[in-house]
Design a protein around this ligand. Structure first.
Ligand SMILES: Cc1cc2nc3c(=O)[nH]c(=O)nc-3n(C[C@H](O)[C@H](O)[C@H](O)COP(=O)(O)OP(=O)(O)OC[C@H]3O[C@@H](n4cnc5c(N)ncnc54)[C@H](O)[C@@H]3O)c2cc1C
Length: 411
């Protein structure tokens, strides 16, 4: 998906209404994305590694934004008002620009960050998440196993407490315990690993541990094996892999201890009753799952604009054909242009704005602009990113805020 620089236009108040409470943050991200060269290129020929590298670069570009840095720092604080909604707003904009980057952001900040911040102590947040907000390392989230997806309670990866060394030994006892589909597995440095906590042979149920995977030079932590899941059906910029642990030793302090901790001499304590503990732990992670629905919504919004554009282009070509006499060859080539990605991209903004204006102008009247312009700016930025590499200018705007595409032969 491509982005090209767009003229900065003030958002209409409808655009702000549609964007909700965090419209300013959304605009800040749209601006940062549309001005970045990283988001401009269009290429379907990239290798898997090139796709992943580009996604990683894009992720860092997002994480470097001042508004993002501030947001990540807030993630470390207890109960920030509106934090989840703000996260969802950022997710939507980034996913609309590039789903790979949005998903990778979700893995690092939502899943890994969500686990550390929701299940960890204040000290653990500082140790394991602050460096993510400062771009020193990234993390992954390792819950799913080959034999246990929905059935998280049944996971069989083990975390045995070794009292003499005050360490946990993370171990994959069978093939069914392989941690599968793990996003950022080929590049990330730490993993939030869910495993059965076992003390003196007795299991206390699934708990989450921060396990080092590789250092900043890519050197693997002793006992950790990662294998690449390579190509999937899509999202090739996201590096999913399989994690296997062979008696990996981690310090006692790496158990995220909000719902259960182990003292140096091996005594387990938890603020939650055993029956509720697992639910409490998973409930703390629910907001990060919401992100998945927002990712889907971002994709649907893009689909809507493509559909509106396509529908309009078909209707328009029929009208045009009725008004003029075309040879069949002319008509065919005209349709071809209309349906090509470039044609769609060029007319996308205008058609979407126009079609939506038609259908919603009775619902909304922008008194400030004295016109029902609808959210041009928003459409520009959200969907838009359909505009192709050609970067050709969009159709001319008429003085009343409507757009003119009628005379555009290749739009
Ligand atoms: C692209 C991708 C990226 C992923 N990234 C990560 C990641 O970073 N970290 C991570 O930990 N996991 C990750 N996952 C794994 C994901 O969380 C699991 O796929 C998900 O939890 C479902 O598990 P499963 O695939 O084993 O399906 P299963 O649990 O085997 O479910 C298969 C089907 O059976 C149904 N089902 C299961 N149990 C029941 C039941 N009791 N009653 C009725 N129906 C049931 C399910 O609804 C589903 O339709 C990723 C998956 C994908 C595809």
């Amino acid at each position: 998906m491509l982005l090209s620089s767009i003229d900065q236009m003030p958002s209409s108040s409808l655009a702000r209404y549609l964007d909700g409470e965090f419209w300013e943050i959304k605009d800040a991200f749209r601006d940062a994305i549309s001005k970045s060269d990283l988001f401009q290129s269009s290429c379907y020929e990239r290798t898997l590694d090139q796709n992943r590298d580009l996604t990683a670069d894009r992720l860092y570009h997002i994480l470097r934004q001042p508004v993002m840095k501030e947001h990540l720092k807030n993630q470390l604080k207890e109960k920030q008002k509106g934090f989840i909604n703000k996260s969802m707003s950022i997710t939507e904009v980034v996913c609309a620009a590039d789903m790979n980057t949005g998903v990778k952001l979700g893995v690092v900040c939502g899943l890994y960050g969500g686990a550390v911040n929701n299940l960890g102590s204040p000290e653990q947040k500082i140790k394991f998440y602050l460096p993510v907000s400062e771009l020193q390392f990234t993390g992954m989230f390792a819950m799913t196993e080959r034999g246990h997806g929905s059935n998280v309670r049944g996971i069989i990866t083990e975390a045995r407490y070794d009292q003499p060394t005050q360490e946990f030994i993370i171990h994959t006892p069978s093939e069914d315990a392989h941690k599968m589909y793990i996003g950022n597995a080929m590049k990330g440095n730490f993993a939030a690993v869910f495993a059965q906590l076992i003390i003196n042979g007795e299991s206390q149920g699934p708990h989450c541990f921060v396990v080092p995977i590789r250092d900043e030079n890519g050197v693997m932590w002793p006992g950790v094996t990662v294998s690449d899941m390579k190509h999937k059906e899509g999202l090739h910029g996201v590096d999913n892999g399989i994690l296997i642990f062979d008696n990996v030793r981690i310090p006692r302090e790496n158990l995220l201890g909000k719902f259960g901790s182990v003292s140096a001499d091996g005594l387990y304590s938890s603020p939650a009753l055993r029956g509720n503990r697992f639910n409490a732990m998973l409930a703390a992670l629910t907001p990060t799952r919401l992100g998945l629905t927002v990712q889907a919504m971002a994709a649907m919004k893009l689909g809507l604009i493509i559909a509106v554009c396509y529908s309009h282009s078909c209707r328009f070509s029929i009208c045009k054909a009725a008004l003029r006499t075309h040879t069949s060859e002319e008509e065919q080539s005209y349709q071809k242009t209309r349906l090509s990605a470039q044609g769609l991209a060029r007319c996308e903004r205008e058609t979407a704005v126009r079609a939506l204006s038609h259908h919603t102008s009775h619902l909304y009247y922008d008194t400030h602009h004295k016109t029902s312009t609808l959210s041009e700016h928003r459409l520009n930025c959200t969907a838009v990113k359909l505009q192709t590499a050609t970067g050709q200018p969009s159709g001319a705007r008429t003085s009343d805020g409507d757009t003119s595409i009628a005379e555009s032969s290749d739009g």
